[in-house]
Ligand binder design. Structure first.
Ligand code: NDP
Ligand code: 2IT
Length: 444
């Protein structure tokens, strides 16, 4: 049996109840086959694949907090420190009722390769909780965040592990967590990114994931003889990533016509009104029905359905496995040219394969959404030098990073005879740097 197949079988046995983690490992290991086969004996002897698929450690803890009725609530907290070969663990905190260990492990595993692709010195980690922020008062959010950080603060630090935002964790939550870390540890340090501008945050971090997604998508289109300007874009999600992807797409002359949340979706043929979307989602924290109510050109539909809208470019920016084989078939039938993942693993393996086989340019999340974590690393640099850079400086670094990521994965795919397979290119390019550092650092 090949080394890849051996390790895949072991990972499946050891993590049988974690489908999302197995999906992420399967995608990465399968696309690394040409690299592994070229060094099979060495990698097997060094147990590189066993080591890279087993987290350094996974922390799980109780998060008790008191709700507004005086009732004690208990959630489960997680932090998976996956791999720190190239830098301190780095990755977001997801607050969503669906969170479990397998989901955090898939996100932490993806983060290893994503962070490597940024070319910045950050390792892979992820955390979060099954806490549901929806419908909670600010005081309840604070109570949860303080309790969560009371335990998490023992394991993180500016040079060990630097968490950030993800689904359900934005500036408000990061603020409460930073305050609690500072209070318990007595350290004013860059232990979290995505901080507010008044206490060490970076300009352009809020916009970074969505903007970065568009910088990479534009480069991918350009290198394939296409222009983003004039394209109709379909976006899912209505959170941080989706909002700033829509904004940057408009700035580039494209027309984003959809967005969605967990209850419904908007089709707005005149183009999404970003100011209104921000008002509804960032300020009021309301449902998309309010967007439709305020915008005559918009249609609101219950449930899911954005992938049924005819488009040139599709940008899934909500959550994992939100674009399945039926959606992929519909997109292809409607003439889609490119799919770029703003979310982490939003496209199922079957749908990815179908899109690629049908000539759709496909940019995987670990490359396409790396702008968020890259800008987090720029926030860490600014915190270390106790300076802050201008919006333009951060944004132009972000743009360069995204362009470089695209060329690195394009080159890696060409080097291994799979030109145009950007999934393989991203996995290979991300893996090469991490494995080099792992080998140099010995058995650890
Ligand atoms: P937000 O919490 O800001 O937004 C998430 C959006 O997705 C919301 O509109 C949410 O709707 C919608 N959604 C629909 N279905 C689900 C579901 N089942 N679970 C969770 N959300 C759902 O998160 P972000 O925009 O930050 O994150 C979106 C994706 O991008 C995630 O996959 C995340 O891991 C990834 N990502 C985020 C980065 C960042 O910097 N923030 C960086 C790189 C990747 P509703 O409000 O109704 O729940
Ligand atoms: O998935 C991701 O890359 C993020 N949620 C951002 C992580 C970070 O450390 O900024």
């Amino acid at each position: 049996m090949s080394y890849v197949d051996e390790v895949l079988a072991q990972v499946k046995t050891k993590n049988a109840n974690e489908p999302e983690f197995l999906q992420a490992v399967e995608e990465v290991l399968n696309s690394l086959r040409p690299v592994i086969e070229a060094n099979e004996e060495k990698y097997r002897k060094e147990a590189i694949l066993e080591r890279i698929t087993e987290p350094d450690r996974q922390l799980m803890f109780r998060v008790p907090w008191v709700d507004d009725n005086g009732q004690v609530q208990v959630n489960r907290g997680f932090r998976v420190q996956f791999n720190n070969a190239i830098g301190p663990y780095k990755g977001g905190l997801r607050l969503h009722p669906s969170v479990n260990l397998g989901i955090i492990k898939f996100l932490g595993f993806e983060q290893i390769f994503k962070n490597s692709l940024t070319s910045l010195p950050i390792g892979g980690g992820k955390g979060g909780s099954d806490f549901d922020p929806k419908g909670k008062s600010d005081r309840e959010i604070m109570a949860f965040c303080q309790s969560f950080m009371t335990e998490l603060c023992k394991y993180i630090g500016a040079d060990t592990d630097v968490p950030a935002g993800d689904i359900g964790t934005g500036a408000r939550e990061i603020g409460f967590m930073f305050g609690q870390y500072k209070r318990i540890r007595g350290l004013y340090e860059g232990v979290l990114t995505g901080k507010g501008l008044s206490y060490g945050g970076s300009l352009a971090r809020t916009e970074a994931t969505g903007y970065g997604l568009l910088y990479l998508t534009r480069e991918m289109l350009k290198c394939n003889g296409q222009d983003i300007a004039g394209k109709t874009v379909v976006v899912s999600g209505a959170g941080n990533v989706a909002t700033y992807a829509i904004q940057k797409a408009q700035q580039m002359g494209a027309k984003p016509v959809t967005c969605s949340d967990s209850t419904g979706w908007i089709y707005d043929p005149e183009g999404i009104d970003v100011a209104l979307l921000k008002e509804v989602k960032e300020v009021k924290r309301a449902r998309l029905t309010e967007y439709a109510a305020a915008r005559p050109s918009a249609e609101y539909h219950e449930g899911r359905g954005v992938w049924s809208v005819k488009c040139d470019v599709a940008l899934p920016c909500a959550t994992q496995n939100e674009l399945d084989i039926e959606d992929a078939k519909q997109l292809v039938a409607n003439g889609v040219i490119a799919v770029a993942e703003g979310a982490n693993m939003p496209t199922t393996l079957e749908a990815t394969k179908y899109l690629q086989e049908n000539g759709v340019l496909f940019a995987p999340g670990k490359a396409a959404n790396a702008g968020g974590v890259a800008t987090s690393a720029l926030e860490m640099s600014q915190n270390s030098e106790r300076l802050s850079w201008s919006f333009e400086e951060v944004d132009s670094k972000l743009e360069n990073i995204m362009i470089n990521i695209f060329h690195n994965l394009d080159d890696a795919a060409k080097r291994y005879g799979v030109a145009g397979d950007y999934v393989a290119g991203a996995n290979i390019a991300g893996f090469e740097k991490v494995v080099d550092a792992m080998l140099a650092q010995g058995v650890c």
